[in-house]
Ligand binder design. Structure first.
Ligand code: 8YV
Length: 308
């Protein structure tokens, strides 16, 4: 069964090869579950939708939740584990593109490229001359929240920009060449840019508090390519409006696709519609890995990329 909208080619393959059916929204859902819920052995979904415990309860034969995407915070993994349901994701294949997006956001927000593009398009160059000066992105101190696969790839790229890298994780990463901070606010105080690359979900919800943002300070920038839930978004908006943060580059938001209205008015923020992994190459690789996980489950009862 498919839960939520997926890449059209994936939906087509699921229908043709696996005779998958799509869970409808709204009133038809109940009738659909009453009719088909007992037959479903695997669900394919994405981080935008996921499978919660109440849906698992309606699918007594469910053995796998196969997630298109690396983040699985919308699926209740504890409930899955308790029911012996395996959950898979698509790690590695999207690491490069998401890391590229983080670096692009960092460069864009510090150098004001998107704002400069708007300036040119609005015909302001001939009448106003050069736009205001921006900030150098190379040679900066960058703190990464979440030095996992994606965080590591971001760090690796930024070393090429001669940046000094530090990170905050729950635990220090053995043999990492970067400086570890056990305290996130302390790291925020010491860096020019805080890049969020942590997994979403209950464990990281609200980790970037108002205090952490205040510690980053009026010269500090925030970049988020992870999940909006990691940041206190109200505090972020307030501090940006008050000039208590220099800027933010955001690919993710707390209530996607809603973006706080106040941010639309600001030139020192770059706003992307969750496109981190959104290239032809990466999405094709994610699709392939999703199908490989599904195939593996259907043939052997296990998945290639279990999340627990
Ligand atoms: C989305 C992502 O999954 O992998 C993730 O965790 O956030 C993205 O790659 C993708 O947009 C599909 O929803």
């Amino acid at each position: 069964m498919q839960v939520g909208t997926l890449k059209p080619s994936l939906t087509k393959t699921l229908e043709r090869r696996y005779r998958a059916i799509e869970l409808p929204e709204g009133e038809d859902r109940e009738t659909f579950l009453a009719e088909h819920g007992g037959d479903v052995t695997a669900v394919v979904t994405s981080g935008r939708f996921g499978v919660q415990a109440d849906l698992m309860d309606r699918l007594p034969k469910l053995g796998a939740v196969v997630n298109f995407g690396v983040g699985f915070d919308t699926t209740d993994v504890e409930a899955a584990q308790a029911r012996n349901i395996v959950v898979s994701n698509t790690p590695d294949v999207l690491t490069d593109c998401v890391a590229d997006t983080a670096v692009a956001l960092l460069l864009d927000v510090m150098r004001g490229f998107s704002a400069a593009d708007r300036f040119v398009r609005a015909g302001r160059w001939p009448s106003e001359g050069n736009p205001p000066l921006t900030r150098q992105a190379s040679n900066r101190r960058v703190g990464i929240l979440g030095l996992g696969r994606i965080g590591g790839a971001i760090a690796h790229r930024l070393v090429g920009f001669n940046c000094t890298i530090s990170y905050h994780n729950r635990r220090e990463v053995a043999a990492s060449p970067y400086t570890y901070y056990a305290d996130l606010a302390e790291m925020a105080r010491e860096v020019d840019v805080l890049v969020i690359a942590a997994a979403g979900g209950a464990g990281t919800s609200g980790l970037v508090t108002r205090d952490v943002l205040a510690a980053l300070g009026p010269k500090g920038y925030l970049v988020n390519i992870a999940r909006g839930s990691v940041v206190d978004e109200d505090a972020l908006v307030e501090l940006l409006l008050a000039g208590q943060l220099a800027g933010a580059g955001l690919d993710v938001f707390a209530h996607e696709p809603k973006v706080p209205q106040a941010l639309l008015e600001l030139d020192n923020v770059v706003l992307l519609p969750h496109v981190g992994s959104g290239t032809v190459e990466t999405r094709a690789a994610m699709e392939e890995l999703t199908l490989a996980n599904l195939d593996n489950f259907l043939h052997s009862g296990t998945v290639l990329n279990p999340v627990y």
